[in-house]
Write a protein that binds this ligand. Sequence first.
Ligand code: HEM
Length: 479
Amino acid sequence: MSQVAEAAEPPQAPTANGLIGEAPPSPAGPIEPSEAHGLPEPPTIQLPALLQTLRFNQRQIEFVFRARRELGEVFQMRGTIPGGPVITSHPDHVRSLFTAKPEQAPSLTGESPLRPIVGPNSVLTAIGPRHMRQRKLLLPPFHGEAIEQYTQMIADAAEREIDGWPLDRPFALAPRMQAITLDVIMAGIFGIEGKPERGTPEHWLRVATKRLVAASTWPLAQVSELINLNREEAVGLTRVGLELLDRPTYAVIEQRRRAEDLEERRDILSLLLQARTEEGEEMSDKELRDELLTLVLAGHETTANSLAWTWERLVRTPAAHEALRDAVRGAGDPAEQIEATIVEGMRSRPVIPIIGRRVKVPWRLGPYAVPADTAVTMSILLVHHREDLYPEPFEFRPERWLGRKPGTYEWIPFGGGIRRCLGAALAMAEQRVVLETMARRLDLEADDPAPEHAVHRNVTMIPSRGARVVIRSRRDRAE
Ligand code: HEM
């Protein structure tokens, strides 16, 4: 049994026939203060605030499943952030937050631990008109069609990586996935394919990014993260690390600004250098640095761990693994099986397990109401494990998705509304190509039949041993 299953209530009979069901309606959204007075606030977890914070940060899965079991689908905790958070897991509540006017429910990423790193003005951390402006500038290169041009490059990066993996010796997939996704994002952003030439600013940028991401798991880095919480600018160790990254980033920007072929270039940096707002303004170097760093940081570790989790599940679920291998090695079109496997992987192990908004007016959440200025978070993990939506939610069953598209408010690993993940199309393209290439070429096994636990790093939830596998056989590229 997996860690998620252990933490949950004893299995119940599925409430719907089939593999996907519906949740009963639950009214939600902004309400008048007078209406809010008549409704109770959601029940609160009865533990000291510090203990709640610690448990939430270290064992979020057990924590939220237990709270849901004891208090229901909406509850509040104390201690982690001011004014909440309230945690909900009903799709109607999710809908009310995703479709709210931006000024009524701004994103909590403005208060995220990433803020001192990527700055308060990046598309991830800005709120209000500033956010919309940055989002408009960044959207075109992330559209589905624009992403298609990356497919071959992703496939090449995956094939190259796979060639170098050991046979019959356990190794962790997550860092290998990260090498692929870092190559892809660097190529997308800077237009550098493969490994950049040694000594160039692009080379140093790649090296610094890898080191910083690796260092973020050190205990010292976690302390530094706490020190930086709610700050505008990074201090201490984080500051030192960022300077290592900033130097090559500014050098790349400077070089590209002067490039003679700027107008012909299709990489994201070149597009951003040419982009103008409706008022005709161009982006400053600082703004560019903040956005580029946001894209590198938001873009590669998430995708890598999402793939790692899917494999962590696949090598422990023979039926799903077999179905995928048959599909990609057979004569038919494997696209649907691949998609279903990725969607189920992201349902059962969402890399970002919780997201939130700060409601600026009283808000109804089913039988409860919360006052203005409450942080209302959506537990992606709990939504994805509702028995009514996903019968036998702890089973990894890609077949749930055959002939069926995920619901906008029921499957939310990329969040939603005007804050929906900007890189979702790229992340899906990367997962499709890498999953297919691996399933076609490799026969993989788990190194240990016990499921991997989830550990929390910054805002992400990753497999505790990096999704360790053993390759039993490898086919050539051409086969
Ligand atoms: C499997 C991989 C990924 C997952 C699970 C993921 C998940 C998320 C989530 C949950 C959010 C917050 C949405 C909300 O609050 O409603 C988000 C936002 C964002 N993501 Fe991703 N992401 C992934 C890959 C990427 C990639 C590849 C990029 C870029 C190259 C990226 C860039 C961003 C940006 C810029 C935002 C902020 C959007 C905004 O606030 O307008 N992400 N992502």
